[in-house]
Design a protein. Structure first.
Length: 537
């Protein structure tokens, strides 16, 4: 368990993976997945979790309430919800977070000329709305954050007035967003320094925390965030893997590891347990169906790989020759042999606990059966295998359809054919065969025929969890609908990559059914019907 401690040199980590991150195209999560990610963010040591936007939908409200009740404990993080500067949003937000031991309401209003025009309000009207919204929020909750949206393009004098109004009305954190990813580090640092010095009631010693929230449209979110930290900002709003609207938000792992690696330069501390970074990154990537680019700083597959002979030689002599931080410091361990096929349930449970997973009863039996199966086919079962297996077992969206069996025939001598057996939520069985350009295509066609939820495959990626021919394969897919900007991701892992591919696809289709409200679609044909689809024409 992380012990969070604070002093004037602590940088507070406000994670918005579950709110701004979930606004990434295709990043829809079920409420169980949000809860699991929130638990992991808490283990990682984030100080504030922005769990969602409760007024967005009844499901969002319920998900925030669950996180508030189950993760917002005495020694857990603050649980925050987002609300527009509108009475109904603020009241709904309070319903979402009030059961947390440390609740926070985060309210915002656009302040740039663009946003005032969009909202059709004058500067005076904006100040009035800020005053009313923050006063109402403060009457419900002690911890209030206010954001002048699009502050990056807001005139500094008006920004000072907006921040002063929010503080006067009771805001305890002032978050300055670069909503459109427009600013550059030196200019941003000057703006923040000026704001901190000139905003009445919010200077050093006032108790008000200054925060930044940067978007990455010009690739400068991390640089802008760190520039702000250097001039006195003490809260950073970040997401895991930098996910978020458009080009994303500032990435948590980049800021945390910079402050840790360049400690003498910043002279600051955080409550982040950096050894939890890799695990959190994988969980978010897998649950959201959003692969991490291989060269992504800190968490990319190549971030610690040394390819050239000179580098390899140098690292063997002394890792510091070419490494500024160790793989272990971010929780990346050499693939270790942890368990074998003779290992028992108890050994598996213990190892999973060491990796941060609590599994009991039926869930443990289920994982143990999967582990035994894997240990039979794969000589060495590693931590990475166990993590992939846990994600595969538990990153489940609401299951309108579940895969029970799959058989494929493929090769150069015939038409690739797949037969799929699936169940729907009523327990009815459907069997369908299809022909495709390859075994994955044939399988996906069969699934489409059963689920009657046709879609476009936008992205398909496969990679092996560990080295070797017997490695477990991980597949992430993203699907979408014509004429809709929304996309849905899915993840699957198996030692057979066709099986992993179908699992990932079924997960994405289930998310699409939930996300598009297609839950009442009738599957193809009668239950237990056997059909054949030809797809190559
Ligand atoms: O980017 C932004 O301005 C936001 C605010 C709601 C803080 O996400
Ligand atoms: Zn944002």
């Amino acid at each position: 368990m992380v012990t969070r401690t604070y002093d004037e040199n602590t940088v507070i980590f406000f994670d918005t993976t579950l709110r701004d991150g979930e606004q990434s195209p295709g990043a829809t999560l079920s409420s169980a997945e949000k809860l699991e990610i929130a638990r992991q963010l808490s283990r990682l040591g984030v100080d504030v979790i922005e769990a969602g936007f409760p007024a967005a939908s009844p499901d969002d409200l319920k998900a925030v309430q669950r996180v508030a009740r189950e993760v917002g404990t005495e020694d857990g993080p603050t649980i925050c919800g987002l609300a527009r500067a509108v009475e109904s949003d603020i009241r709904t937000c309070w319903e979402g977070v009030k059961d947390a031991k440390k609740p926070r309401i985060h309210t915002f209003l656009g302040t740039s000329p663009y946003h005032l025009r969009m909202l059709n309000i004058s500067e005076e009207q904006a100040l009035e709305r800020i005053r009313n919204a923050v006063t109402l929020a403060r009457s419900l909750c002690e911890d209030i954050e206010f954001s002048p949206m699009d502050a990056g393009r807001t005139d500094i004098e008006f920004l000072i007035k907006a921040c002063a109004t929010a503080v006067e009305a009771g805001a305890t954190t002032l978050n300055i967003p670069d909503t459109v990813g427009y600013v550059i580090p030196s200019e941003w640092a000057d703006k923040l320094e000026h704001l901190i010095a000139e905003t009445p009631g919010a200077g050093p010693g006032s108790g008000v925390i200054w925060s930044v929230h940067c978007h990455n449209d010009l690739g400068m979110a991390t640089a802008n965030t760190l520039a702000a930290v250097k001039v006195g900002v003490r809260q950073v709003e970040v997401t895991i893997n930098g996910i978020g609207e458009r080009a994303g938000n500032t990435s948590l792992e980049e800021v945390a590891m910079t402050i840790q690696t360049r400690k003498p330069y910043y002279g600051l501390r955080t409550n982040i347990d950096s050894t939890q970074i890799m695990k959190t990154s994988r969980m978010v990537s897998n649950y959201m169906g959003m692969p991490v680019q291989p060269n992504k700083a800190i968490v990319g597959a190549n971030a610690f790989a040394h390819e050239s002979g000179i580098h390899q030689d140098g690292v063997l002599k002394d890792a510091l020759n070419f490494e500024i931080m160790t793989p272990e410091s971010v929780g990346l361990h050499q693939s270790k042999l942890v368990l074998g096929k003779h290992s028992g349930r108890h050994a598996l449970k213990k190892r999973l606990e060491e990796l941060g997973y609590q599994v009991e009863g039926d869930a443990l039996n289920q994982v143990f059966a999967r582990f035994k199966h894997l240990a039979d086919t794969k000589k060495n079962v590693t931590d990475a295998d166990l993590e992939a297996l846990m994600t595969d077992e538990f990153s489940k969206p609401q299951e309108y359809f579940s895969l029970s069996d799959i058989q494929v025939v493929c090769g150069t001598m015939g038409m690739p054919t797949a037969t799929i057996r699936m169940h729907n939520a009523n327990g009815e069985t459907f069997v369908q065969s299809a022909v495709g350009t390859g075994p994955v295509d044939a399988s996906y066609r069969a699934v489409d025929t059963i689920t009657k939820a046709p879609n476009m495959l936008i992205e398909y990626s496969v990679h092996s969890v560990t080295e070797g021919i017997d490695a477990l394969g991980e597949v992430t897919v993203r699907i979408g609908l014509p004429n809709s900007p929304r996309t849905f991701g899915g993840y699957g892992a198996d030692s057979d990559i066709v099986v992993a591919s179908v699992k990932a696809y079924v997960a994405a289709v289930n998310r699409m059914i939930a996300g598009m409200g297609l839950g009442d679609i009738q599957p193809e044909g009668d239950a237990a019907v056997v059909g054949i689809t030809t797809g190559t024409d």
